[in-house]
Design a protein around this ligand. Structure first.
Ligand SMILES: [Zn+2]
Length: 443
């Protein structure tokens, strides 16, 4: 029996940035794309599975360059750091990976994972033990003793949640090497963090400390990603040799110059902020902060446009894994923000989430475009994302998802389960029961 899939008559967005091509056939086999265009019909087996894509759009599977696949839609650091169990977290991750596949995400990059489990999860998917997108993964985020954004929840040494504390240059070298020994595709540095006496995030790694990690990782052929939500941290990270800058918030011209000189890529990850700004109120998050988040997107968006025009590889990531960015719901949202805040065309935004994102998968030339010889990860979409980019967030528009040349069963039930024992933090009350509330306020 043929293992080919013959996708006929669809409008093809191939991810390279080329205009859509009407009625273009695509022939795939596990694991590669065999032919695109006129040649496909001649090479198709008589009993190949056929997907009629007429009136629909064929495009590369989505790649999400910033996902936290082990966080299970977490609502607080407290929950993530102190209320999770490694075995249950692994089972939940397996189900959450399935959600992403059902949403058309065929590859993810995850920079830091709970219980250092990233490489094991990736290996389980590669072995076919669990279903999921292709995974490029870090182990944990390296943080200095200042911590990251979790304040004093980060201990003075050791690990908690997604973080590994490194206090000395020797520890930076040691843990970079140990993460690589564990199977890291990426090393992650938490370059900025917050302290109680200053607003926003400050650099909590020196340029030289970051260079130590970059040199150690690069000597072993492993790239480095850094969380940078502060202006000068971007300059320092780029000069230190960081390959992928996450967020790049408040980047200035000096930052852009350093990024260009070093050849760093940027994954701004606006989705979390955009969801807070547009829908935070609906889920009781950060009331009154909407305009602050909107302002950060606008300010950073302008610089990201400048960086895009200057040739900086711009990647799309959703930061899925938090209550504000649950798996399977928002993987297309970053493209929408790229269109709205950076002024990219939908076609350009799609190339960011496909061809450009192959960089995060360390699979440039293999992934992210629909061309002969590439990995067979494709979507057939009901509708035209060039007319409305938002349909890529809408699971009901997924007509077919092909991962590694095999069609995913989209009729399978959406994974759901009862609350895991002890995994969610519950409050005794939403506010304090004062005498006034008890006796003087109307209910
Ligand atoms: Zn993140």
């Amino acid at each position: 029996m043929s293992s080919q899939i013959f996708i006929t008559g669809g409008s093809l967005i191939d991810g390279t940035g080329a205009d859509a091509r009407a009625a273009t056939d695509v022939l795939v086999e596990p694991d590669r794309i065999v032919a695109v265009g006129k040649a496909a019909a001649g090479l198709a087996d008589a009993d190949a599975a056929v997907i009629d894509a007429s009136g629909k759009t064929v495009m590369p599977g989505l790649i999400d360059s910033h996902v936290h696949c082990t966080f299970d839609d977490v609502a607080s650091n407290d929950e993530l750091f102190f209320h999770r169990d490694p075995t249950l977290a692994a089972f939940a991750t397996a189900k959450n990976l399935q959600k992403m596949l059902l949403a058309g995400v065929t590859s993810i990059m995850d920079p830091d994972t709970l219980f250092e489990m990233g490489p094991s999860i990736r290996d389980a998917v590669n072995a076919g033990l669990i279903a999921g997108p292709r995974i490029s993964t870090g182990v944990q985020a390296l943080v200095t003793s200042v911590g990251g954004t979790a304040g004093k929840l980060i201990p003075d040494e050791g690990i908690v949640g997604y973080a590994r504390v490194v206090n000395t240059r020797d520890e930076m070298i040691t843990w970079t090497r140990r993460h690589i020994k564990t199977g890291a595709d990426w090393i992650k540095i938490h370059a900025t963090g917050s302290i109680p006496t200053s607003p926003g995030e400050l650099p909590v790694w020196s340029e030289d400390e970051m260079r130590t990690v970059c040199n150690t990782a690069h000597e072993l052929g492993v790239p480095v990603a850094a969380h940078c939500r502060n202006t000068e941290s971007i300059v320092w990270a780029a000069r230190a040799g960081v390959d992928l800058i996450l967020h790049a918030s408040f980047m200035d011209d000096a930052g852009l110059e350093a990024v260009l000189a070093n050849g760093s890529a940027i994954c701004p990850t606006f989705t979390f902020l955009a969801n807070l700004a547009d829908f935070g109120e609906r889920v009781g998050a950060s009331p009154g902060m909407e305009s602050v988040f909107r302002g950060e997107i606008e300010a950073t968006g302008k610089m990201m446009r400048k960086a895009y025009d200057a040739g900086v590889p711009m990647l799309c990531g959703s930061e899925s894994g938090f209550a504000l960015t649950p798996y399977g719901h928002w993987h297309g949202r970053e493209m929408e923000v790229f269109v709205d805040a950076l002024g990219l065309t939908p076609l350009e935004a799609i190339s960011c989430a496909t061809k450009n994102n192959a960089l995060a998968m360390r699979a440039e030339g293999d992934l992210g475009t629909v061309e002969e010889g590439r990995f067979a990860d494709l979507l057939v979409i009901d509708g035209d994302p060039l007319a409305d980019i938002r349909i890529l967030n809408d699971r009901s528009r997924m007509h077919a998802v092909i991962s590694r040349g095999v069609q995913i069963d989209l009729e399978q039930p959406w994974p759901e389960w009862s609350p895991l024992k002890g995994a969610k933090v519950s409050a005794w009350a939403a506010k304090s029961l004062t005498h006034d509330i008890a006796y003087n306020e109307p209910i």
